[in-house]
Ligand binder design. Sequence first.
Ligand code: ATP
Ligand code: MG
Length: 398
Amino acid sequence: MKKIILVRYGEIMLKGLNRPYFEERLVRNIKSSLSDLGRVDVIKSQGRIFIEPADDEYDFDKALDRLTRVFGIVSVSPVLKTEADFDSIQQNSVLMVKKLLEKNNHITFKVETKRGDKTYPMKSPEISKKLGAHILRSFPRLSVDVHNPDFILFVEVRDHAYIFTEIIPANGGMPTGTNGKAVLLLSGGIDSPVAGWMVAKRGVEIEAVHFYSYPYTSERSKDKVIDLTRILSEYCGAIRLHIVPFTEIQLEINEKCPVDQLTIIMRRFMMRIAEIIARKNGCQALVTGESLGQVASQTMESIVVTDSVVNMPVFRPLIGMDKNEVINIAKKINTYETSILPYEDCCTVFVAKHPQTRPRLEKTEHFEKVLDTEGLINRAVENTEILTVTSRDAVSFS
Ligand code: ATP
Ligand code: MG
């Protein structure tokens, strides 16, 4: 008998001829998410993945927790893998149920059997029935309820028998790295980490860009963005974070442009710089955390004026969401508590009381003319600091 982990994946099954590509990437991402927990064999078999640790002391709880964050995985189960003979199945089922009852007050159960090996001497209903009777004999407190049981004892009979009671849901999606690369404009707020998470969930590799207005924004606000990147990297592996010095640009705009144009002009600078970084790093799209009408810079008119400076798709996965919906996801993915830390953001430092909510492109372009756009952008890009952020290692600079 061996304790292992069963990984189920869903959507990538549908990808026809590309399926091996998605599966291989998923296996690679699984291996890298577990790399520091000890040696494991990762075995792909019949549309599932089995993870078999070499060591009995393996930290299953940590591994299960990490796996629920790997995109592409639909659910995971801790499983006992045993010989397929019925005696072994009975003995190990008792062990599994005993463990479960130590932690829970379950009273009712049922057995569900799947038989992958059609030559097996017993049919599924017979296995369920006999095994159920054996469990009842072993645990007098239990009774059977086939409609609404407190737990289900699952048995799958293939080359071996696989026994489990827990199915832990994961996020689904597509394995990170199977759907291109995009630049995420990552502020310290609630929205952009969620936007990045949603795009990463569809298999997109993220390269993060943060605009930083030191000393108007503090070192701590930068650390906050690094922390948010670290949380995202628990889902999508290492992320490169580009920290762009934005003070000079903001001061120039502040000095030379009308106050109600500050925000929109600043946002156009962000987009231009993000696009340059995207092209340099093989990214094909930009991602922001905007949602329609949330603030002045997120009206339809503002988005039109912002987007007119870029020549690549801008993904806004939150466009149709209310703040509360975004907050719920932020809580679920664990970025919320960090996002609400009170450090200032560059957008809040130089901000008009009444920013333009209906900017017009020609007008904004006209006011921008006084700026040395190219020089400002070049200096910002040249002085950008690039960090590699992972969920485990110290931040590394490159
Ligand atoms: P967030 O919660 O993501 O900060 P928000 O609702 O506060 O969003 P804005 O401040 O208008 O909205 O920013 C809109 C989007 O612009 C953000 O979601 C993010 O993608 C990008 N952005 C804003 N500030 C920065 C920054 N300092 N660095 C990088 N991107 C930024
Ligand atoms: Mg913000």
